[in-house]
Write a protein that binds this ligand. Structure first.
Ligand code: NI
Length: 404
C-alpha cells in the first residue's frame, strides 16, 4: 500500500530530526533528576518548546503540558473547541541508581540515573512535537502533550489528573522504551500490559532477651523467617497457575547484636497481579498468614498494605488503531508481539479516566550493549529506535484526529 501524504511527511521529518532526538536523549541522560525534583529537566523542555514556538503550561512545580493546535480548516468548531483532542504523555523522572555503563553521555549526577529510559521518552516526545508542529496544517484537532514528573514514585499521573490535565481529552497515548522488545519494533496489543503494583510491610513485635537465654523472650527474627517461608507458599499453592502473580519480599531487618535475641523485626515487599479479584484475595490471604504465624509464636504483627497503581489495560479499539499507525509509518514488520510485564506504570491512572493505549517501543540490541533490563545500572538503549517512537506517536495523533 502506498504511503498516505501525511505518512510521507512524517517520515521525511523523522529523518530530518533524528539527530536532534538522539542529541536530546543524551543531554537529558547526563542530567537525571528524581520524581518531583525535575527542575532542570522542566526548564530544558520548556526551552525546547519555546524554540519550536509551541505554547505550554506548568500546572505543577515540575513537568510541562504543551499544546499543538491543528490548523486544518475543521480543526476547531465555531465555539473555539477542537473537533477532537488527544493527549500524548511522556514521563521525565530518573531513578536512584549509580550508572555503570561508562557511556560518554553517562549520568553526571552521583547515585542518579535514567535507568528506565525516561530520558528517551522526553527526547522522543520532543521529536513528536516537532513533527506535529510542522504538520499542523493537516491536524484536524488539538494535541495536548504531557511531560509528566514522578512516574517512578507513582505520583505524577494522579497529581496531573487532579490538576485537570485530562479535561476535554478524548483519548490518550503513551509509550515506554523497552529492553524486552527488539529495536525497530513496537508492541501495542490490547488487554493487560502491566500489573497491579502493591506494596506491603510487616512489623513484628516479639521480646528481646540474652542470646543465651532464648526462653526468656520471643525471637522476632525467627518469627520473621517463618513468615517469609509461609508467604512464599501463597503464590505457589493458592493461586491458579494460569494467573500471573508475584510476591517478592525485598527487605528483612532484625537484630542489633550477636548475643541479643531480636525483639523486633520488619519485612517489606511488593505484590504484582493483573486480576483485580486476585489482588484483593492475596492481600487478605497475606494478612491472615501474618497474623496466624505471629500468634503461633507468641508474637504480634502489624500488616500494612499500600496500594500502588492499578493494572494497565489497553483499550481494544485504541490498540488496533495504534497497530495501524505503527504499520503505516514503520512498516508491518515493525509490529512486535510482547506478552506484557508485571512491572507497574502510573499511565494506568489516565486509562481509568479516558480510553487509550500504551505502547512498548523496542530498544533491545545486544550488539549495541542494549540488552540489560529496565532499572539496571548498565541499562542502555539502541538509539536508532528513538525516532521511530517519535514518528509512531505523531502518526497516531494524526490518525486519531482524522477519525470520525
Ligand atoms: Ni519507566
Amino acid at each position: 500500500m502506498a504511503d498516505s501524504a501525511i505518512t510521507l511527511r512524517i517520515k521525511e521529518l523523522g529523518a530530518q530530526w533524528e539527530p536532534y532526538v538522539i542529541e536530546q536523549r543524551r543531554k537529558f541522560h547526563a542530567h537525571p533528576e528524581l520524581g518531583f525534583e525535575e527542575v532542570w529537566t522542566t526548564e530544558e523542555i520548556a526551552r525546547e518548546l519555546d524554540a519550536m514556538g509551541v505554547p505550554y503550561e506548568r500546572p505543577l512545580d515540575t513537568g510541562v503540558v504543551a499544546t499543538v493546535k491543528g490548523t486544518a480548516p475543521d480543526a476547531y468548531r465555531a465555539d473555539g473547541t477542537p473537533r477532537r483532542r488527544i493527549a500524548l504523555r511522556a514521563d521525565i523522572d530518573a531513578l536512584p541508581v549509580q550508572e555503570m555503563t561508562g557511556a560518554p553521555y553517562a549520568s553526571e549526577v552521583e547515585g542518579k540515573m535514567h535507568a528506565c529510559g525516561h530520558d528517551a521518552h522526553i527526547a522522543m516526545m520532543l521529536g513528536t512535537v516537532r513533527v506535529l508542529q510542522e504538520t499542523r496544517d493537516a491536524l484536524r484537532g488539538e494535541v495536548r502533550v504531557i511531560f509528566q514528573p514522578a512516574e517512578e514514585i507513582s505520583s505524577g499521573a494522579r497529581a496531573l489528573i487532579e490538576a485537570g490535565v485530562l479535561e476535554g481529552v478524548d483519548t490518550i497515548y503513551g509509550a515506554h522504551i523497552w529492553s524486552d522488545v527488539k529495536a525497530g519494533t513496537v508492541s501495542a496489543e490490547s488487554g493487560p500490559r502491566m500489573a497491579n503494583t502493591d506494596w506491603f510491610r510487616v512489623d513484628i513485635d516479639g521480646a528481646s532477651a540474652h542470646g543465651a537465654m532464648p526462653h526468656k523472650g520471643v525471637d522476632a527474627l525467627v518469627v520473621g523467617a517463618e513468615m517469609i517461608d509461609a508467604l512464599q507458599v501463597i503464590v505457589s499453592r493458592d493461586v491458579s497457575p494460569f494467573e500471573p502473580a508475584v510476591l517478592t519480599i525485598g527487605e528483612f531487618h532484625a537484630g542489633v547484636a550477636k548475643n541479643v535475641m531480636a525483639g523486633t523485626a520488619y519485612l517489606s515487599g511488593t505484590v504484582r497481579t493483573f486480576n483485580p479479584e486476585l489482588r484483593v484475595q492475596l492481600r487478605e490471604r497475606m494478612e491472615r498468614m501474618v497474623r496466624m504465624v505471629a500468634e503461633a509464636f507468641g508474637a504480634e504483627a502489624t500488616f500494612t498494605w499500600t496500594p500502588g497503581n492499578a493494572a494497565l489495560y489497553n483499550d481494544p479499539a485504541c490498540a488496533a488503531r495504534a497497530q495501524k499507525s505503527i504499520a503505516a509509518v514503520l512498516g508491518p514488520q515493525a509490529l512486535a508481539h510482547y506478552e506484557g510485564t508485571l512491572s507497574g506504570e502510573d499511565f494506568s491512572e489516565y486509562l481509568h479516566e479516558v480510553p487509550g493505549v500504551f505502547a512498548f517501543v523496542g530498544a533491545r540490541n545486544p550488539e549495541a550493549g542494549a540488552d540489560y533490563p529496565q532499572h539496571s545500572c548498565f541499562y542502555n538503549i539502541d538509539e536508532s529506535a528513538l525516532v521511530g517512537g517519535s514518528m509512531v506517536a505523531a502518526q497516531y495523533a494524526h490518525d486519531f484526529l482524522a477519525g470520525e
